[in-house]
Design a protein around this ligand. Structure first.
Ligand SMILES: Cc1cc2nc3c(=O)[nH]c(=O)nc-3n(C[C@H](O)[C@H](O)[C@H](O)COP(=O)(O)OP(=O)(O)OC[C@H]3O[C@@H](n4cnc5c(N)ncnc54)[C@H](O)[C@@H]3O)c2cc1C
Length: 421
């Protein structure tokens, strides 16, 4: 007997995955487990994009979007203050205006509830998917179950996260509010200036996101996967097999395509027939020497909106969401100005800048990724747009994409992540 739909869907395929950040590498690994012949394509190599330099948080308990009710009140400040945590460069305003309108529309209370449900549903599988990949690659030590901590110097600071905790509490997502003594026990190296903590103990920390993605990619290759360095410029979709076309003119023939090119996905998605309002929230990091005594986990300064992370190679200060597109030069002024606040927060910190980095969060205005099939094309899938939570949700997104390619039920309603929502 042959030719049943279920059988043909389950047959191993040749699959091309575009983008080797955490999403693409995870998709490649889960697809490989199903026996597919997977080609992973990146223009620079694994972890060369945003997955390299983030804060390392697998913040699976968080469910609040960027656009919370009241975000409209922050827009004038965004335009006026180039040193703020959320910055909009004037020159980029005409381009980002439609995205901002969508962000404001998504911040109405009823929509925020839907978004929080969808974020929680996706992040629910985050820890298990991460654990399964790092165990397979033999780098379990990189995923540390140490939680995610936000600290506040003032009552008003803590109150600014009330709405976020309310969303979490109503979804049964675990957190604790800590007093100054409890904070000191949890993070003895912090200066005694913090009155409150907001602690999500169930979350994890990837202590070197760049190395983690590189090691996962090495595991993919060691298990027979093909890694290609090439810039994808287009697709041949008029006949099967499909073709993924590179800038060199070379083409990779395949039965299925997964697009996971992070913040650079919009133009490629359009070529696949999917129009998505993807833009980027740029973010920065500075690498400083390891602190001694140091932090045990990433700690967010709640009032000043930056994170100190005890990474393998040293202390990483991450900050800012800057709306300025993919091409504008970096502006490290805020990151550098925050060093004094970082020293106040962690007195053992040495303020010697080792390196500075600009990254591009792939951001949808409703803070939900684009995840699922392209309408009208069989065996073509999208997985990008995870914004502030791509490191968290990358592996579970990869697992879901593999389920879709295999024709399996991914166990989650994908309607909230449709390209045309
Ligand atoms: C400062 C900062 C802190 C952050 N902190 C956290 C955090 O603590 N927790 C969290 O969950 N998330 C965090 N994030 C967000 C997270 O880093 C991103 O959402 C995530 O890395 C996106 O992964 P990705 O695989 O979609 O994209 P990327 O990692 O950017 O990968 C996309 C890949 O596609 C490749 N590519 C692009 N175009 C092409 C093309 N045409 N042809 C071939 N290849 C192409 C690129 O070279 C790149 O390697 C943070 C982000 C920033 C900036």
């Amino acid at each position: 007997m042959s030719g049943s739909v279920a059988e043909s869907e389950a047959r191993p395929k040749s699959v091309a995955v575009v983008g080797a950040g955490i999403v693409g590498v995870s998709a490649a690994l889960f697809l490989q487990r199903d026996g597919h012949a997977v080609t992973l394509i990146d223009r620079q190599g694994p972890a060369s994009g945003t997955s390299f330099g983030n804060a390392g948080g697998v913040v699976s308990a968080a469910c609040a979007p960027l656009g919370m009710p009241g975000v409209l009140r922050r827009v004038p400040g965004m335009l006026m203050d180039p040193m703020g945590p959320l910055v909009l460069r004037w020159r980029y305003l005409p381009k980002i205006a439609p995205w901002l309108v969508r962000l404001l529309w998504a911040s109405r209370p009823s929509r925020v509830e839907e978004i929080a449900d969808a974020k929680a549903a996706l992040s629910g599988g985050a820890e298990a998917a991460w654990r399964s990949l790092v165990e397979q690659a033999g780098v379990s030590e990189l995923l540390r179950p140490v939680g995610w901590l936000e600290v506040y110097e003032t009552d008003a600071g803590l109150a600014s996260s009330d709405a976020e905790r309310d969303l979490m509490a109503r979804r049964g997502l675990p957190f604790e509010v800590l007093n100054a003594d409890e904070l000191r026990q949890l993070e003895p190296a912090l200066a005694p200036i913090f009155k409150h903590g907001f602690f999500m103990a169930s979350c994890s920390f990837v202590a070197n996101p760049g190395r983690a993605v590189e090691r996962l990619a090495e595991d993919f290759v060691a298990r027979g996967g093909t890694l290609v360095t090439a810039e994808v410029t287009g697709f041949g979709l008029s006949e099967r097999p499909y073709r993924v076309v590179a800038a060199s003119g070379d083409a990779i023939a395949c039965d299925a395509i997964v697009l996971a090119a992070g913040a650079w996905s919009r133009g490629l998605a359009r070529q696949l027939g999917a129009s998505v309002p993807l833009d980027t929230e740029r973010g920065y990091h500075l690498m400083l020497p390891p602190a001694e005594p140091g932090l045990r986990r990433p700690v967010v300064h709640g009032e000043q909106d930056f994170v100190l992370c005890p990474m393998e190679p040293g202390t990483r200060l991450t900050c800012q969401s800057e709306l300025a597109g993919l091409d504008a030069p970096p502006d490290f002024r805020r990151a550098r100005a925050l060093m004094a606040a970082a020293k106040r927060m962690l007195p053992s910190l040495e303020l010697e800048e080792k390196s500075a980095w600009l990254g591009f969060r792939p951001s949808m205005p409703d803070s939900l990724p684009v995840l699922g099939p392209v309408a009208g094309l069989s065996d073509v899938y999208l997985g990008f747009g995870h914004g502030h939570y791509g490191l968290t949700q990358g592996p579970v997104t990869g697992r879901i994409l593999a389920d879709l390619v295999a024709g399996r039920d991914p166990g989650i309603d994908l309607a909230p992540y449709r390209a045309g929502r």
